[in-house]
Design a protein around this ligand. Structure first.
Ligand SMILES: [Zn+2]
Length: 107
């Protein structure tokens, strides 16, 4: 399968327009780990149940919570393009739950 690319402005991961049409200012984009699990960016410990810890190597991905496409921040920063790294199930399962926890914390 050919790699899909989202629109991105320069190397700014927050400027992604996902292939599904979602952006930061629509449904939002979530920082995730290499499995596509939303990471916890706050200062509290322990990490809230359901979220992943901030990766020690700072290797972050950007998850579209609308369609589950995941983009690799390092690739965007280095190439100024946003190929889809992989896609996760955001309708059910642990990632859907993590997305819910993420939004609960940020409201
Ligand atoms: Zn999307």
């Amino acid at each position: 399968m050919d790699t899909e690319f989202a629109d991105v402005i320069g190397h700014d991961v927050t400027s992604i327009t996902c292939l599904c049409g979602n952006t930061v200012s629509k449904e939002g984009l979530i920082q995730a780990n290499s499995q596509g699990v939303p990471v916890y960016a706050g200062a509290n410990t322990p990490v809230p149940a359901g979220l992943a810890a901030w990766p020690d190597d700072e290797d972050l991905y950007t998850l579209c919570p609308s369609c589950g496409r995941v983009y690799h921040d390092t690739v965007i920063e280095e190439t100024e393009t946003a190929p889809v790294a992989f896609q996760v199930d955001v309708a059910a399962g642990p990632i859907a739950e993590a997305i819910r926890v993420h939004w609960d914390l940020s409201t």
